[in-house]
Write a protein that binds this ligand. Structure first.
Ligand SMILES: NC(=O)c1ccc[n+]([C@@H]2O[C@H](COP(=O)([O-])OP(=O)(O)OC[C@H]3O[C@@H](n4cnc5c(N)ncnc54)[C@H](O)[C@@H]3O)[C@@H](O)[C@H]2O)c1
Ligand SMILES: O=C(O)[C@H](O)COP(=O)(O)O
Length: 542
């Protein structure tokens, strides 16, 4: 699945290469870093892409005002300034540039650790104030032989560990997803937090700011640390509680803090930053020419790759789309959506469980995008999610919306497809309703609806604004009525309908089902006419 991207708005200071790459690829770019919140709300509907750093707060109201938004790019790492939940529900891809500023942030962290150990900030201030005598009180400590605790052993945490080991520091750390064997590869002993606190001479945090990490280091943690412990935060303000740092410095429990990030940026109150024991920088971790060039180029190239259907690298909320980018997957995405629409049209009611089974080698990795595509068709008019908002249902938001309404989805795969097909997708709901389909020559085809198999498969084409009428026919003992199809076709034609296709299923239990598709929407009159000939007729708008 790929999409058109016509215009991108950049609202933070980003290297010019971002603009150049996007423009070279035919995307119009407007860079305006001076927009007020109100101006942003007015401007955003004009764009289908937005690129930011950490300054622009991409809040729910901005995302909801962005009626054409398809993608939000973060030229950097942290996405805490973007309301990712709201973006996901709106079907908007959010991507960052993981790794682009890792080295700069790691170097900045190491710089703060070194500077804190020798009171560089205080020495510098003393010189500027012509207070040479300060040298008597600015006794430092070597880093050699000291223990550095690293909370968050991801990209930056690892680079910090490797660099500080060259000063002779012992590195220990904690991360819920990095196992001890992995941290051992960069000579860092994994430990639970309670074991870490009393051992650390320095603590540096490198986690995202999430509920589990907010105020991770607080009064209680300081109280079990070594007296004089020094803390460093180049991750996000609030991971180390600012009020607790202040109290710990005042009591002498904390010997110094290196802070690049703050709970509010810019800080509403500079008291903490002004404390002599605090070495503060205004969120400079990624502010190097190298990192800024890298993240600017990366976010622009990532946008271009999505537009070309090449890659979703950096996307943090589009898991279902990962295997849906290739041209071969497109008819399957269409089929999935159509199956969902057919199910919604024929099987209204409470659906709590949906099982999607993919068959055949080509669909081995297709389960997640096919179930997302089916959900996008199934839920498009669902009152449970506000109904009728079909334009916004896609592979990004439909899994999240299904979860929100308590619809459980299970994917399974089987290597061999039922003969005579090579690849098939079938979906079955908790009430037993099932349907399946395949693709051929780029067309989406129905194989089976509710146990009724078609030998000549009805097309549910993507580009045809067609409507499907399912009708059931009693064939009384299997003899059938050879005149039925011409009779139905004739009746529909007399009702003024332009029929695109008319297909009847293989007989099952004395029943046949027919599917008619139309190039223009059928009228109520068409249904009435049909009902005089067949047992039941249901209209499904695709
Ligand atoms: N100051 C700056 O300019 C600057 C620059 C770049 C990145 N950052 C910030 O640094 C942080 C880390 O970036 P990264 O690229 O290393 O990210 P990363 O995703 O590579 O690593 C983060 C690690 O934190 C771990 N983690 C999550 N919850 C945790 C918890 N409760 N306890 C311990 N660890 C936990 C994750 O498992 C992950 O391994 C992010 O918040 C990012 O925004 C700041
Ligand atoms: O998470 C990040 O990438 C850093 O905090 C950098 O933020 P910035 O792009 O605003 O400098």
């Amino acid at each position: 699945m790929s999409f058109q991207l016509q215009s991108v708005l950049i609202t933070d200071e980003i290297d010019t290469q971002c603009v150049e790459i996007l423009q070279k690829n035919g995307i119009q770019v407007v860079k305006n870093t001076k927009l007020t919140k109100e101006q942003l709300l007015t401007e955003i509907p004009k764009y289908d892409g937005l690129v930011v750093r950490s300054a622009t707060k991409v809040t729910a109201d901005v995302i909801n005002a962005g009626t054409n938004l398809k993608i939000i790019g973060r030229a950097g790492t942290g996405v805490d300034n973007i309301d990712c939940d709201v973006a996901t529900k709106r079907g908007i891809i959010v991507m960052n540039t993981p790794g682009g500023n890792t080295l700069s942030a790691a170097e900045h962290t190491c710089t703060l650790i070194c500077a804190l150990s020798r009171h560089i900030h205080r020495g510098d201030r003393a010189m500027k104030e012509e207070k040479w005598s300060e040298r008597k009180v600015l006794m430092g400590n070597e880093l050699y032989g000291k223990t550095l605790a690293i909370i968050g052993l991801g990209r930056i945490g690892k680079e910090v560990a490797l660099r500080m080991q060259s000063f002779g520091m012992t590195t220990i750390g904690y991360d819920p997803i990095i196992p001890a064997e992995v941290s051992a590869e960069f000579n860092t002993e994994w430990m639970p937090l309670e074991k870490i606190w009393p051992l650390a001479d320095y603590i540096t945090v490198h986690t995202p700011l999430i509920p589990q990490t907010r105020n991770l280091i607080n009064d209680q943690v300081f109280s079990v640390c070594k007296k004089g412990v020094k803390v460093v935060n180049v991750a996000r303000g609030g991971i180390i509680e600012e009020a607790a740092i202040k109290r710990a410095i005042e009591s002498g429990q904390c010997g110094g803090a290196g802070l690049d990030v703050f709970e509010s940026e810019p800080p509403k109150d500079f008291t903490l930053a002004k404390m002599p024991q605090v070495l503060a920088t205004p969120h400079l971790g990624a502010s190097t020419t190298e990192a800024q060039k890298r993240v600017a180029v990366e976010i622009a190239e990532q946008f271009v790759d999505v537009v070309r259907g090449k890659s979703l690298f950096g996307a943090i909320n589009a898991h279902a789309m990962t295997n849906a980018l290739s041209p071969e997957s497109r008819p399957w995405v269409v089929l999935g959506r159509k199956l969902g629409q057919v199910a919604a049209g024929l099987n209204p009611g409470n659906v709590e469980n949906m099982q999607v089974t993919t068959y055949g080698p080509s669909l081995k990795q297709a389960g997640s995008y096919l179930s997302a595509a089916i959900l996008s068709g199934l839920l498009q008019n669902s009152p449970a999610i506000g109904g009728g908002d079909s334009a916004t249902l896609n592979l990004v938001n439909s899994p999240a919306l299904a979860k929100q309404i308590g619809l459980n989805v299970k994917n399974t795969h089987e290597e061999a497809a039922p003969a005579p097909y090579t690849n098939v997708v079938s979906v079955i709901f908790n009430n037993g309703f099932r349907l399946s389909g395949t693709t051929s020559g780029g067309n989406a085809l129905l194989i089976e609806v509710q146990g009724q198999q078609f030998s000549l498969l009805p097309t549910v084409a993507a580009d045809m604004k067609n409507t499907l009428v399912k009708f059931s026919i009693t064939t009384s003992g299997g003899t059938g009525n050879p005149q039925l199809l011409p009779t139905v076709a004739g009746a529909l034609a007399s009702a003024g309908m332009c029929v695109s296709s008319l297909t009847v299923s293989v007989e099952n239990d004395g029943q046949k089902w027919g599917v008619a598709t139309f190039a223009t929407p059928p009228t109520e009159k068409c249904l009435e006419v049909l009902k005089t000939i067949v047992n039941a007729a249901v209209l499904v708008t695709l």
